[in-house]
Each structure stands twice: as C-alpha cells, then as structure tokens.
Design a protein around this ligand. Structure first.
Ligand code: PMP
Ligand code: GLU
Length: 398
C-alpha cells in the first residue's frame, strides 16, 4: 500500500517528537528533565476555565459558524484593533484550531505550486513543511547570531526572485527568541510593497518580550502594508492555553473567506467550548499574563547566565518567547564516555537524553545545525536540575 506523494515531502514535527519522547520516558518512571516543550508550564488562569465550564452548561456543545462565533470574531477584531491601533472588522478575522491551523490555512489560501516563501532562519519547524505541502518552496535566509539573530533585510532582498510570494516574520522568534528591530521590519515591509509580496507575521509570542524589546507590527505602517499583511496570533502561549487549540488570523476579507472555505471542508469550527474560553481570555484581566511573563523573564536570565558559564557553549540573549538557543558546535567530534562520537547537534541531543536524561530539540530541526533549543517554560527547579545535568554531560565529552 502506497502513501501519498504529497505527504512524502514533509517531515514529522521535531518539537512534538522530542516532547513525546520525554513524556514516554517519564511514563516509564525515568526522571527526565524536558526542555523540549514549547508550552507554558502554568495552568490556564482560573477565570478562563470557569467561563468554559459555564459555557458548557449554557450549550457550547454544538457546531458554531466555521469562522468562529459572531461574539468571538467581534471580540477578536476589537482585540487586534486595541493591540495595533487601527480599526478591524469582524470579516477580517477567523478563529482556527490553534495558530498553527491559521498559518496552515493562510499559506494554502495564497500559495501556488512553485511559489517561494522567504523564511528568516533559524525558523520554527512547521513553516517549511506547511510551505512544501502547499506546493511551494521554502527559501531560508540566515539571521546571524552576531546580530542577535535579527533579520538582515539586505539578505532577504538578495533572496527575492520572480517566484517569491511571501516573507514570513516571527518576532519574538521561535527558536531564537530574537525580536526583530523596527528598522529591519520597516525594510522588510518596503520590500514587500516594492516586489508586491505578502507578509505573514506570526505574533503568537507578541506579549512575551523582555527588557527593552518591543515588537514592531508592519501593518501599523500604513494601508499599503496592511493590505498585504496577514497576522496570526492566538491565546496558546500568552494565556497558557495550548491545549484549548485556538488561534486567530487577521487578513484582508478575501483571504479570510478562502481560509473559511478550506476550514469548512476540513475541520469546520474550532471547538465551541474553547471559543468561549478564548473569549474570556481576551476580554478578561491580563494580570496573570504579566505574572507569567515576569516569571519567564527570571528563568530566561538564569538560563542564559548558566549556559554561558559552560565551557564551549555560547548563547545569544533571547529577548522574547521562552527559548534559549545556544551554539553547541564546539562539541562536534568529541567522544562520549561510552566511545560514541558526537557528529552534530542531533547526536549531542541524543547523548543528552540517553546519558543525562535531558530533552532538548536539535538546532537542525530549525535549519540551524550546531545549535540546540532549550525551552525555559518549565519550573526553576527543573531548570536547575536539567542545566546541572547538561553541564556535567558536556564536561564528560573528551
Ligand atoms: N507559531 C510558533 C512560532 C509556535 O512556536 C507555535 C507553537 N505551538 C505556533 C505557531 C502554534 O501555536 P498554536 O499552539 O496556537 O497552534
Ligand atoms: N510550538 C511549540 C514548539 O515549538 C509547540 C510544538 C509545536 O507545535 O511545534 O515547541
């Protein structure tokens, strides 16, 4: 029995795979510290869960409109408007099953066979695979660690061809934590206007910025940019709601309509009860969001300091999201105590999980060989324990 050719071009999600592996070992009673998961360790705030319970009792058990309940779409439009300072109509937004489905459907709504998508690299595992599934070609453009992984618009311009359709911006970035500076985002927006390209900004980590870092949303530059910008956002990371599976997309009505058609022929609506919870999240108090952000910030500072103290490890300071992305290429070619040779980031991560019971995601999964991604969305006690194990394991490499 043969599987489809279409699926043969994509890889399974490495971030999900590493998290699953850590969970599997834990279930066997092995004391694994997981830096794999890209999800807050905090529980969803109580008032959101209470709203969901109430909604269930009030009939949130049925299909809703494909694009989301009218109440939620209206609230999402107001939420985007407040965040970005421009008016947003409900027919410019759609509610999907997580930001991931928003990205998936938006890519499928605008990409044709042979189109090219510029992905500032290192990039999150799913962009390239969704691009390929849509018949298009991912074009990575390397962001340099010496620039704090900020995107270089000159490099992006060099990568533009007549086939280029879309430039992706994710800021704060997964996996680097970089927050692209305003100058760079302005230059990317100018390129999009000049070459008649779409911009898709993945704003899922928008509210998780640290220090002086500030997210620049290109759609705020003016109508000529806004009309070509698709904004994907959601509640998963900021409100600790990964399992509820709700994401929002803001785009021109024609794109939203196309995404609705695709959704209507694939998954229908996001779960009714989750939509009610998301409504409570975006209309309710945000002090919990701020409390979690401050806690992430403390862990971030600790993790970067501790990683930098490990001989052979260098680490750019992440300014947003909840990932550290150290360069561990100095260990290539070294030998483990059992005599295996480390021949890259995947083999280093394999060594860490088998010999030190620490899960990390290899940089290669993000188009960045020589790096690894550690999520600090886990307790300070776990971070202490896990980094201690990594330090010891790296010391044992000869
Ligand atoms: N974009 C980025 C950059 C992410 O890290 C994630 C992680 N899940 C997503 C999108 C998807 O978010 P969601 O869980 O809302 O689908
Ligand atoms: N986005 C998170 C991560 O990068 C969750 C897993 C996924 O959807 O990729 O780990």
């Amino acid at each position: 029995m043969k599987l489809s050719k279409r699926l043969s071009v994509i890889e399974p999600s490495m971030t999900l795979k590493v998290s699953a592996k850590a969970a599997e070992l834990k279930a066997k009673g092995i004391d694994v510290v997981s830096f794999g998961a890209g999800e807050p360790d905090f529980d969803t705030p109580t008032h959101i869960k209470e709203a969901a319970k109430k909604a269930l009792d009030n009939g949130a058990t049925k299909y809703t409109q494909v694009e989301g309940t009218p109440q939620l779409r209206k609230a999402v439009a107001a939420w985007f408007a407040k965040a970005h300072g421009f008016a947003v109509a409900p027919n410019e937004v759609i509610v999907s099953v997580g930001a991931k489905q928003g990205i998936f459907n938006a890519f499928h709504a605008i990409l044709d066979e042979g189109d090219e998508v510029i992905l500032p690299a290192p990039y999150w595992v799913s962009y390239s695979e969704i691009t390929k599934l849509a018949g298009a070609k991912p074009v990575p453009v390397w962001c340099r660690p010496e620039d704090g992984f900020n995107v270089d618009p000159k490099e992006v311009e060099k990568a533009i061809t007549p086939r280029t359709k879309l430039i992706l911006i994710v800021s704060p970035s997964n996996p680097t934590g970089a927050v692209f500076d305003e100058k760079a985002v302005r230059a990317l927006a100018a390129l999009a206007v000049k070459h008649n390209l779409w911009l898709l900004t993945d704003d899922i980590y928008r509210s998780l910025c640290y220090g002086d870092a500030k997210v620049t949303q290109p759609a705020t530059f003016g109508p000529e940019v806004r009309e070509r910008t698709i904004i994907v956002d959601g509640v998963s990371k900021a409100f600790a709601m990964t399992g509820w599976r709700i994401g929002f997309t803001l785009a021109p009505p024609a794109v939203i309509e196309a995404m609705g058609t695709l959704q209507g022929q694939s998954t229908t609506n996001a779960a009714a009860v989750s939509q009610a919870a998301a409504l409570a999240a975006i209309e309710g108090p945000t002090d919990e969001v701020e409390r979690m952000r401050q806690e992430f910030d403390k862990r971030r500072q600790y993790m970067v300091k501790t990683l930098r103290a490990m001989p052979g490890v260098t680490c750019v300071e992440p300014m947003g999201a909840f990932y550290a992305f150290p360069d561990v290429s100095a260990f290539n070619g070294r030998k483990t105590p059992s005599g295996r040779v480390i021949d890259g980031d995947a083999s280093l991560c394999e060594y860490l999980i088998t010999d030190a019971q620490v899960a990390a995601v290899p940089g290669s999964a993000f188009c960045a060989p020589g790096y690894m991604r550690l999520s600090y969305a886990t307790s300070q006690a776990n971070i202490d324990k896990g980094l201690g194990r990594i330090a010891e394991a790296l010391k044992n490499l000869k």
